[in-house]
Design a binder for this molecule. Structure first.
Ligand SMILES: [Zn+2]
Length: 459
């Protein structure tokens, strides 16, 4: 038995923050199993991950507990008597004691996974843990239906807790505007690209993101928009927002999350539908960045600084990203990673369901690092298409930043056609895709992991 001692307040906070973060990850993982109806259950890897997270949580709880009490840890997890216990999960903690965690379907919310942890700090540091978890493997069909019926109400309670989750209605809300005919295909360097930028800026403002674009002449403060002068008195725009890192050292490093907001505008009316809505390319990527901003803006402050950047005029040669690279808000060497999001509006049949791919996966250890931390991210199954070189990430990669594009583009025939519109978007896929990347990104922005290029693979 460890020798009891009092933890300092900052140690308790550190541990409890970690527990909250891990419990959010459990939530995200558990969403997968209901999000994929044809397969139903947890994927093997996810279940392994779930167990490993659970073990870590319990280890932290034991540490907290041991700081005051000599105890066997078997009373640590108090399961709600209102829950139907389905199965038990035994977890060994650091080889010193075994804990049984009850895996249950919570009747309280009907949600597939409901986990509440509250830590009450008092003179004796009492920990109450209410842990209700479920594993699909142990659920009968009837129980699964009950869980599905209850999902709506649980979503509300989840957002009240400020947890990392993506709502399909929010995904729809963004993309229905961005890919609407009203935006006339968001043509590069057009008035419609500017309107798109203002919409994105308004969303970032709501999510508590700090503007990091041009200085407003009137107020002297920063705006979200960055105006980029092009030739022939034309302009394009970027949108730049940030969350400053909370860690003194980490805040000097940044993770850049990006997408391009422009598309091809309008074409010849004679052909009928002349509006290139660009729902997949790249309204879907913009939505990913927006929902990442919502999730990361609501959670605890990240250790590293995060930039949310939406580039203009990608389709006409990457003018927005080139401007950003020429005048970065911090030295490019301080950007530890860039994830560009492109075309995640539909699944790619070439990869397993609910999986995203990363361009140039084998070129650096970023993809593997994210995958190890819960991302369902694999190598680009279309290497002959050279997608690594075909988005804004490439200009950054050429300057040394470990920069890749996340996508699930399955080479559909709507690519760069007026028919790339809302009717072809798979909202459930998009919601799951964005949801799945949040926790891995949260890990990245709180870690000290510095992705590096594989020897000889740096562009
Ligand atoms: Zn694109």
């Amino acid at each position: 038995m460890l020798k009891p001692r009092s933890f300092r307040t900052d140690e308790v906070e550190l541990l409890s923050n970690r527990i909250v973060r891990l419990s959010e990850e459990i939530y995200v993982l558990s969403r997968w199993k209901y999000g994929v109806p044809p397969l139903g259950g947890f994927y093997g890897a996810d279940e392994t991950r779930l167990r490993s997270i659970l073990r870590t949580i319990i280890f932290h709880l034991v540490l907290l507990k041991l700081c005051r009490f000599r105890t066997d840890a078997d009373n640590l997890l108090l399961c709600s008597t209102k829950a139907t216990v389905q199965s038990k999960l035994s977890v060994r903690v650091a080889g010193c004691c075994a804990i049984e965690c009850y895996i249950a379907v919570g009747k309280l919310s009907g949600e597939c996974c409901e986990m509440k942890i509250s830590i009450i700090k008092s003179t004796t540091l009492v920990i109450f843990v209410l842990c209700l978890l479920s594993l699909t493997a142990s659920l009968t069909d009837a129980q699964q239906q009950r869980v599905r019926r209850g999902r709506g109400s649980a979503a509300t309670s989840g957002s009240q807790r400020g947890m990392a989750r993506v709502e399909e209605r929010n995904v729809r809300a963004h993309i229905e505007f961005l890919a609407s005919d009203a935006l006339q295909g968001r043509g590069s360097a057009s008035q419609y690209e500017l309107i798109t930028g203002h919409y994105i800026a308004a969303q970032l403002r709501q999510f508590g993101i700090e503007p990091a674009g041009d200085i407003d002449a009137a107020s002297g403060g920063k705006t979200f928009l960055q105006t980029v002068a092009l030739a022939e008195a034309k302009y394009t725009w970027n949108v730049v927002g940030q969350i400053r890192g909370s860690d003194p050292k980490g805040s000097r490093e940044a993770v850049l999350l990006s997408a391009h907001m422009d598309h091809l505008g309008t074409g010849d009316l004679a052909s009928g539908d002349n509006i290139y809505n660009g729902a997949d390319d790249d309204a879907s990527g913009v939505v990913a960045v927006l929902e990442l901003a919502r999730a990361l803006g609501a959670g605890p402050k990240p250790k590293r600084t995060i930039y949310f950047v939406l580039f203009g005029s990608e389709e006409t040669g990457g003018h927005g990203s080139r401007y950003f690279i020429a005048r970065p808000p911090l030295p490019l060497s301080s950007i530890v990673a860039n994830l560009q999001f492109e075309m995640i509006g539909r699944p790619d049949p070439k990869v397993p369901p609910s999986t995203l791919w990363l361009t140039g996966f084998e070129r650096s250890n970023l993809g593997a690092g994210l995958a190890k931390n819960g991302a369902r991210l694999v190598a680009d199954p279309h290497p002959d298409q050279n997608f690594f070189q075909r988005s804004d990430n490439y200009a950054l990669a050429k300057r040394g930043v470990v920069a890749h594009t996340v996508s699930s583009f399955g080479l559909h025939k709507e690519y760069h056609q007026p028919s790339d519109d809302l009717s072809h978007i798979d909202f459930a896929h998009m919601t799951r895709a964005i949801s799945s990347i949040i926790q891995p990104v949260r890990w990245l922005v709180n870690s000290t992991f510095k992705p590096t290029w594989v020897e000889g693979k740096k562009p």
